[in-house]
Design a protein around this ligand. Structure first.
Ligand SMILES: Nc1ncnc2c1ncn2[C@@H]1O[C@H](COP(=O)(O)OP(=O)(O)OP(=O)(O)O)[C@@H](O)[C@H]1O
Ligand SMILES: Nc1ncnc2c1ncn2[C@@H]1O[C@H](COP(=O)(O)OP(=O)(O)OP(=O)(O)O)[C@@H](O)[C@H]1O
Ligand SMILES: [Mg+2]
Ligand SMILES: [Mg+2]
Lengths: 267, 267
């Protein structure tokens, strides 16, 4: 079946939806056949991004490249065991239905949901964006405030660690877990260094790889109402600050994709 | 009873916990007796901020001003109707227990939870931070991509609107709803203007007030491991960029508090 790439972080606003959308279009630009599933069934930022794109394409009378879209509903059962069973069945139905695609990018919600857990359990790659912040870091690992060293993994860090252990125990191909710093500023030298050191230490303890970070750039969010991304923009012949930022953004996405080492890109 | 200030936005990472903590300490600095309740029962960023502070105070052997802390558990019942009933009872217990405080600041999780809904329903003031982004805006209202005008309120915008209608229908004091732009950058002129115009239009349609925004500043997040805030920092005699940012940050919080028009501050 296709490679399942889950974009996950139970911390809100880490950049999951932003990364899911931009990875999907970057992968399409590199020639892969891409599916997208938005498991944030309430807020649906990724679905809305793609809906906006379809509407904008209609409005302009110009087709725009679109990934193949999948959707799953959450159960509305008032008993959680019933709901979990319904969702497990829907999840299996989704897995049986994805054929002929190189990769499916799965956006997940902040917080913890059963559907998100099912997706994490089946992922080939989990990409976890985090803000350059110990508030976000706190979901991955706890920091000793005197030494700024990592004390232990915490909530989301443990969740992934357990999912990987269970997979390894079933002799399945291990989950590749990659953490990406997002919304990085050009300033904040001391905080950036400390978060970087904490990530490096935690990566060795709980086994994730660290990908090149993504900077805070208005181009990553400005085009949401039209469903466009910087990958739709023409090549800029000039060297205005805006186009320099777009060129840098393309490079960021390309560097990130290289580090993800996705099988379909290896050929 | 005390003024209930709920910091709410179902959009993740809008800055709820950051604002909840900084508002609490700013209000204490202005002489109010302040309580804090963290309703993000899983991630508990606000509880962890305050736990870090208590540990740091111990470590330094120096007491630090602390708000009065409250806590509520989510129900673990597998039947949602049972869970809702248990939480409604716990919520009432909390309301009966808060005495002798000017104000309680209530942090809520991203997403939708029953406890968060109960808090929104009882709020005197709801403060909603949002990122300067149409991705965040999308939870308040939908934008027409051609005109960039507001089409209609959406998920969270409707949720608050309904809560306010129900309160008004019971002849109760209306909820004061205030939206605060957060993590504002000094750049992004066009996007900033568009989001600003969208907010202004939506505020007239669904009835929130817009408070002065809060900028992206590393000082708002850098001190989390020690549970400190810029309000604990001494006055800086120098004019380095860092201390200029701290001075500006204090002013931002003060300007925001003035606009909140909290009764206890009116005296
Ligand atoms: N690299 C970036 N540069 C600029 N803005 C960004 C970047 N990444 C994310 N954002 C903005 O930050 C906010 C949070 O991002 P996003 O919605 O993608 O996070 P999320 O993890 O999907 O959040 P949620 O937990 O609510 O699903 C949005 O307003 C988004 O537009
Ligand atoms: N004004 C600011 N300046 C700098 N960093 C900020 C600011 N506001 C928030 N942040 C950072 O942005 C991230 C999101 O903020 P925060 O955790 O307070 O949001 P939240 O709405 O409580 O998120 P959640 O939905 O997960 O509860 C954190 O890493 C925080 O440190
Ligand atoms: Mg999202
Ligand atoms: Mg929070």
């Amino acid at each position: 079946g296709p490679h399942l790439l889950v974009v996950g972080n139970e911390k809100g606003g880490a950049g999951k939806s932003t990364l899911a959308v931009h990875l999907a279009f970057a992968l399409m630009k590199m020639g892969l056949t891409v599916g997208v599933l938005d498991l944030d069934v309430r807020q649906r930022s990724t679905d809305r991004y793609l809906d906006n794109r379809a509407r904008w394409a209609d409005r302009c009378g110009e087709p725009l490249p679109m990934p193949q879209r999948f959707t799953l509903s959450a159960s509305s059962a008032r008993n959680l065991d019933t709901a979990d069973a319904e969702e497990a069945e829907a999840w299996q139905g989704f897995r049986d239905s994805v054929k002929g695609l190189d990769i499916v990018v799965i956006d997940t919600p902040g917080g913890v949901t059963h559907l998100s857990n099912l997706a994490h359990g089946s992922a080939d790659t989990v990409v976890t964006p985090i803000n350059d912040s110990f508030v976000d870091f706190d979901l991955l690992g706890t920091i000793n405030p005197a030494t700024m060293k990592v004390e232990r993994p915490s909530l989301y860090g443990e969740m992934i660690w357990d999912a990987r252990k269970r997979r390894a125990a079933r002799d399945k191909k291990p989950i590749d877990w990659v953490v990406v710093r997002n919304r990085m500023s050009m300033l904040d030298a001391r905080n950036k260094r400390r978060v970087g050191e904490g990530l490096k230490e935690l990566s060795q303890r709980i086994g994730f790889r660290i990908a090149p970070g993504v900077c805070e750039r208005v181009i990553y969010r400005e085009l949401f109402p039209r469903g466009l991304t910087l990958l739709d923009m023409g090549q800029f012949p000039d060297d205005t600050p805006a186009s320099m930022s777009h060129v840098a953004a393309r490079q960021e996405l390309r560097d990130l994709l290289i580090v993800l080492k996705l099988p379909a890109l290896a050929g």
